[in-house]
Design a protein around this ligand. Structure first.
Ligand code: ASP
Length: 352
């Protein structure tokens, strides 16, 4: 029986050739595909950018700063939850975006803010809607996720929870900017004109400028997503859009991807867009890019919005069907892009 066993030198030679073959195979795949990034982040600052946007660099430099902040957290081994939270706090504090300071105004001239966050590792999530005195709604959404038994708090209850959690209130006037006051005036004038002409009345401005969102993959392989908005100009009756609704505007699961949407919220709610994207990736086996393209270009109508998403391999997609979408992404392989329209504003790739 022993004579059928190969001799030790023969064994070593066989083992050696298997190792050579394995390393040749892995070299071949390494050459043809970049290695998976250890971390990745994408950020949006809203779909519906008009072709004649004034001062586009103001928006792009804010997206760039938010990306840099998120990437420094991820590169240092921080969590995807911390990266998306920090990026959104920065954008909520920037008056150019429709979230926190600079949020759009309701028909009554107030700011009512919505936000949500989701942890892809645990599927824990937190959301708030129609808050009026919380400076950074994304921080309150995170507190709902970590410090309450619930996932979604709205209006007065959300405000009460904020006080109990030690959030200092700000006046609603803190959020209001001249730019947004003028937008409301313009929309109301258009509404009045449409009424006098007895044509269909569109209660909301047809551009959805400046909602903010972030998605990230951290070095432990965990995904997170977050979205924050003031909703739509001239919104009425306590209207809430998709941004604070898990599965519509925001979703994250480590088994598939992290998603943040922007656009006409009613459509994103009807189609459950962020969860649909995750399901297409996880259950139908579509690539992240194919799933995003299907939803944005086949399911949703033209000029309705966009989304950003990262999958568990660090792939990024940022499709939109509007003229432009403020957006940017970065990863551990040196990718760093900031874009508004189809062409990059900043497109840098450096060695990892
Ligand atoms: N999706 C947001 C909403 O409907 C608006 C936006 O993304 O600009 O409230």
């Amino acid at each position: 029986m022993l004579r059928f066993l190969p001799s030790l030198p023969r064994c070593l030679a066989m083992f050696g050739s298997v190792l050579v073959a394995m390393s040749l195979t892995s070299c071949a795949s390494f050459d043809s595909q970049p290695p998976r990034p250890r971390w990745a982040i994408a950020i949006h600052g809203g779909a519906g950018v008009p072709a004649d946007l004034a001062n586009p660099e103001d928006y792009s430099s804010a997206i760039e700063r938010a990306l840099q902040l998120g990437q420094s957290i991820l590169a240092d081994g921080g969590t995807s939850l911390d990266a998306v939270t920090a990026a959104l706090v920065l954008l909520e504090d920037d008056p150019h975006f429709n979230a926190g300071l600079g949020a759009v105004l309701t028909s009554e001239g107030a700011c009512e803010l919505d936000a949500s966050i989701m942890d892809g590792e645990t599927l824990n999530c937190g959301a708030v809607a129609s808050v009026t005195t919380v400076k950074n709604p994304i921080l309150l959404a995170r507190a709902v996720m970590t410090a309450s038994k619930h996932v979604f708090l709205a209006g007065g209850g959300a405000e009460q929870f904020a006080r109990e959690q030690g959030f200092s209130p700000v006046e609603n006037d803190y959020f209001k900017t001249e730019h947004r006051r003028k937008s409301l005036e313009r929309v109301k004038e258009e509404e009045q004109r449409a009424k006098s002409a007895q044509s269909a009345v569109d209660l909301c401005e047809p551009v959805y400028l400046g909602t903010v969102g972030a998605v990230a993959l951290d070095q432990d392989g965990h995904l997170a997503a977050a979205t924050s908005t003031g909703g739509l100009t001239n919104k009425r009756y306590g209207r809430v859009g998709d941004s604070p609704i898990i599965g519509a505007g925001t979703f994250a699961a480590d088994t598939s991807c992290a998603v943040s949407c922007t656009g006409q919220g009613e459509l994103y709610i009807r189609h459950g867009i962020s969860h649909a994207l995750s399901a297409l990736v996880e259950h139908a086996g579509l690539s992240l890019e194919a799933a995003g393209a299907r939803l944005i270009h086949q399911v949703l109508p033209e000029d309705s919005g966009g989304l950003i998403a990262i999958d568990r391999h660090g792939n990024i997609t940022m499709p939109f069907n509007t003229v432009g979408m403020h957006r940017g992404c970065a990863d551990a392989n040196g990718r760093f892009e900031v874009l508004i329209y189809k062409e990059p504003i900043i497109n840098a790739t450096v060695s990892p």
